[in-house]
Design a protein around this ligand. Sequence first.
Ligand SMILES: Nc1ncnc2c1ncn2[C@@H]1O[C@H](COP(=O)(O)OP(=O)(O)OP(=O)(O)O)[C@@H](O)[C@H]1O
Length: 240
Amino acid sequence: MTAPTQAMLDARGIDTFYGPSHILRGVNFHVGRGETVSLLGRNGMGKTTLLRTLMGLLKPKRGAILLDGRDVTEARANIKARAGMGFVPEGRGIFPNLSVEENLLFAARPGPDGRIDWTQEAIYQMFPRLFERRRIWGNQLSGGEQQMLTIGRVLLSNPSILLIDEATEGLAPKMRDAIWETLGIIARKGISIVIVDKNLDDLVDLVDRHVVLTKGQVVFEGTSAELLADQEMVRTMLGV
Ligand SMILES: Nc1ncnc2c1ncn2[C@@H]1O[C@H](COP(=O)(O)OP(=O)(O)OP(=O)(O)O)[C@@H](O)[C@H]1O
């Protein structure tokens, strides 16, 4: 499938290895401007590896990655972050000995074109819990609060595209709902999003398109209706 010319992110023919282990095999993956895409697949199929490759934390052995039309294949994560990519990794990466507010403001800056979509006030408005806890140390937060903080911190770098790994894993149901609501707000602002998560019901309601990986290869791409119409694929490729 050819990518739209206006793709925010366009990765072609990506092969990524861990040492001798060949993980991603010729992956083509694109995200349009303002498009929300889920990345699905059973455990160990390469979802995190693809996010880390897109972000520049892993170097692909073959292939090309274009961000807003610019070739960033060789660029490291800090360069890609400045060019508009925001990454919320599994495990989150909160600084334990900084306050919530210090954690939040750590990477705050205008977007690549000087755009400011998000301010500290906007983040506190979206997550009143973070405002209440702004003087607390990072290591005193619950898992849900940590995820809010990580998302808030990344948004303050005003990204054009947000990659989020295991968006709601391990969170209490109320916190999960808050995260899904937040992702909806971000999507409605026109920011492109790639989400890895296991909650198919929530993803189906949120995203424009799903991409399924099996053994490091894309085996399905389609809308929620197309995904749900293929129950055999959902069962075998997703295990749900
Ligand atoms: N640091 C590493 N060194 C070697 N192999 C790795 C490393 N990290 C992951 N792998 C292997 O790469 C493959 C893809 O892993 P990856 O984490 O991308 O999968 P995933 O689809 O995100 O699954 P999960 O939901 O379990 O995180 C797996 O076989 C995994 O064992």
